[in-house]
Design a protein around this ligand. Structure first.
Ligand code: AP5
Ligand code: MG
Length: 193
């Protein structure tokens, strides 16, 4: 099973690269952001909780996210693997994910971290706002999301560094060049052969 963890700040290209990766390797895309937006759209109880946090650029509480992932795992038992996009976002989530995978005799094979400057992130998200109209793509919320990433999410990198699974990629290149580099890293350094 190939489980890829695609990591990086808001707007770094996780969603864009995930789409390419699931096609190339035949995997299932697991974006907690997309799942939460769907819950909001459908105004489910979970969606109403999530909306409160997302619109402020805050993280949704760990227990809500972990419960959602657990359920998804149970409904997708026979996939070739997952591309995790935007999850785990805290060390508590990373530990919970490791437990869930271990329980199923699986593991994270590699973590890819997309590096993009704050200025470029802002530019990309403001541009996306015009196309997709995401509520959290407003300048002051974007700024807060980047701060939350640095404070609460970036520590997850160290968690996987200790497992020798973390690899940095220059996310400032073209989409195609980033994709080529990600695939090279997966093919060379994945812990799951
Ligand atoms: P989430 O949906 O995960 O958003 P995010 O991490 O903030 O990242 P984005 O989706 O904004 O960016 P991306 O990296 O996917 O970039 P993209 O490919 O779109 O989370 C949203 C919210 O949900 C969070 O703030 C939180 O509240 C909540 N949440 C989600 N998961 C959670 C969790 N696990 N725990 C707690 N809370 C959670 O690219 C961006 C733009 O750039 C696009 O327009 C794209 O076309 C363009 N682009 C991409 N690549 C390139 C390139 N190489 N060159 C130029 N442009 C490019
Ligand atoms: Mg995304």
């Amino acid at each position: 099973m190939l489980n890829i963890l695609l990591f990086g700040p808001p707007g770094s290209g996780k969603g864009t690269q995930s789409k390419k990766l699931i096609q190339h390797y035949g995997l299932k895309h697991l974006s907690t952001g997309d799942l939460l937006r769907k819950e909001i759209e459908e105004q489910t109880p979970l969606g109403r909780i999530a909306q409160h946090y997302i619109e402020k650029g805050e993280l949704v509480p760990d227990n809500v996210i972990i419960g959602m992932i657990e359920e998804l795992f149970n409904t997708h038992q026979n996939v070739k693997g997952f591309v995790f996009d935007g999850f785990p976002r805290t060390v508590a989530q990373a530990k919970a994910l490791d437990n869930m995978l271990q329980h199923r005799k699986r593991t994270i094979c590699i973590m890819i971290i997309l590096e993009v400057t704050d200025q470029e992130l802002l530019k990309r998200m403001l541009n996306r706002a015009k196309i997709e109209g995401r509520k959290d793509d407003e300048p002051h919320i974007i700024e807060h999301r980047i701060k939350v990433y640095k404070e609460q999410t970036a520590p997850v990198i160290d968690y996987y560094k200790k497992q020798d699974k973390a690899f940095f990629i220059n996310g400032m290149q073209s989409e195609e060049a980033v994709f080529t580099e990600i695939c090279e890293h997966i093919d060379k350094y994945s812990k799951c052969k």
